[in-house]
Design a protein around this ligand. Structure first.
Ligand SMILES: Nc1ncnc2c1ncn2[C@@H]1O[C@H](COP(=O)(O)OP(=O)(O)OP(=O)(O)O)[C@@H](O)[C@H]1O
Ligand SMILES: [Mg+2]
Length: 382
């Protein structure tokens, strides 16, 4: 930071009962770029502080009414961030020492040497800035740590989910097989007169539907989480996105929702596994369609970003409540009823994007809509 600019920023308050002294000092400070506020005693000083936060207070110790030391105590109690520089009489260094014990930044004996005072003001301000930066750095570190914990947790959940899916596949196959066998059995002539046959048939149907649903889940998990090798091709992303829009268009049309593709700027041909992008697009589009009321509009904005592409799916739907924003990527987090959503769509996208070295971001305004943006890097640099 340039020293000139820094000085301009300092919010300074001069407190002294000698008006002439105060005014002269303020004038000299003004010449150096600091506009000082002024107060004639401790009470005035506190009243001013309650309205205007200050960085540095330069204050006389000996004042009628509240002493500088008393005022210092109150300032430090109420405005811990503010630094106080005391001015003591020539023979009263004891006051200064006591002031420092009570939290003053420093003390100067009167008559004060102007440049010395100015240096002290700047140093006190630097202390505040340093403290602020340290606090910000600590907050940043805490945030990153939080994020890392969340990412690790997600990765662990993913592994767990894939493991469970794998284990469940076998018993599922057996259930399906057994249910199929029973269905074929009760169709046989010898069981034509079976009592309460429809009840059995209904129950078997239920088993069949549920098995199908469970298999959709396990396939999603295993297909996308476990699969490591991808098949790269040179893909015209615009065309691919157009195709996926066609795939969901029927559902969109049924709900009177229009889906519009917009390519901005350069052509977007990159090396990537088309299946992965298709999966990402279908999951994003179907979420957007589910969230958007009839008559609404979804736009897909496509543009090249570096050597890769950026795809944004913007809907005019319900939006996502703040408290859900960091949960939506977790496996099985869904606000839909069990028949409508498994809560795997975004999780799978996140996994794919991680694998591709890309990113997915979300911005949402409740009641207005949501924008998901994926950045897909080119998988084979030209
Ligand atoms: N475009 C969107 N607008 C509003 N909410 C959304 C949007 N996309 C996702 N969500 C919220 O995030 C949740 C998780 O989405 P995700 O795609 O992972 O699962 P799902 O859509 O519920 O189920 P499925 O596994 O069938 O995709 C949704 O249930 C919904 O609450
Ligand atoms: Mg979904």
């Amino acid at each position: 930071m340039e020293p000139e600019k820094k000085i301009n920023r300092i919010r300074l308050l001069l407190v002294d009962d000698e008006a002439d002294f105060r005014k002269t000092l303020a004038k000299r400070l003004q010449k150096r770029g600091i506009t000082a506020h002024q107060a004639g005693n401790g009470e005035e000083c506190l009243a001013l502080l309650s309205e205007n936060p200050m960085d540095v207070v330069v204050m006389d110790v000996k004042m009628p009414g509240m002493s500088g030391i008393e005022a210092l105590h109150l300032i430090k109690k109420a405005y811990g961030e503010t630094e106080v520089i005391l001015m003591t009489g020539h023979a009263a260094t004891q006051d200064g020492v006591e002031g420092i014990k009570s939290g003053a930044y420093d003390y100067l004996t009167k008559p004060v040497e102007f440049d010395h005072l100015l240096r002290k003001i700047v140093q006190a301000y630097d202390k505040i800035v340093g403290r602020k930066q340290k606090k910000e750095a600590a907050e940043f570190k805490a945030r990153i740590k939080q994020q890392m914990i969340a990412t690790e947790r997600l990765a662990a959940l993913g592994t767990l989910a894939a493991g469970v899916a794998h284990e469940i596949n076998n018993p599922l196959a057996i259930i399906k097989e057994a249910a199929g066998y029973l269905s074929s059995l009760i169709k046989k002539d010898e069981l034509a007169d079976m009592p309460r046959r429809e009840v059995f048939e209904k129950a078997l149907e239920k088993i069949d539907t549920s098995v199908k649903r469970a298999r959709t889940i396990t396939h999603q998990l295993l297909g996308n989480v476990r699969k490591t090798e991808s098949i790269l091709a040179e893909v015209d992303v615009e065309q691919l996105v157009e195709e996926t829009i066609q795939l969901v268009n029927r559902e969109a049309k049924d709900r009177d929702i229009s889906v519009v593709l917009q390519r901005i700027g350069d052509p977007t041909t990159i090396w990537v596994d088309p299946n992965q992008i298709r999966q990402v697009m279908i999951n994003l589009l179907s979420n957007a369609i589910h969230a958007t009321p009839g008559g609404g509009r979804i736009s897909v904005d496509l543009k090249s970003a570096g050597s890769g592409v950026s795809i944004a799916v913007i809907d005019t739907g319900s939006g996502i409540p703040k408290e859900n924003l960091n949960k939506i990527f977790e496996p099985f987090f869904s606000t839909k009823s069990p028949g409508e959503g498994t809560g795997l769509g975004l999780f799978v996208i996140r996994e794919i994007m991680d694998k591709l070295g890309g990113t997915i971001d979300v911005e949402s305004r409740l009641g207005h809509g949501t924008q998901f943006t994926v950045q897909v890097p080119n998988q084979r640099e030209a």
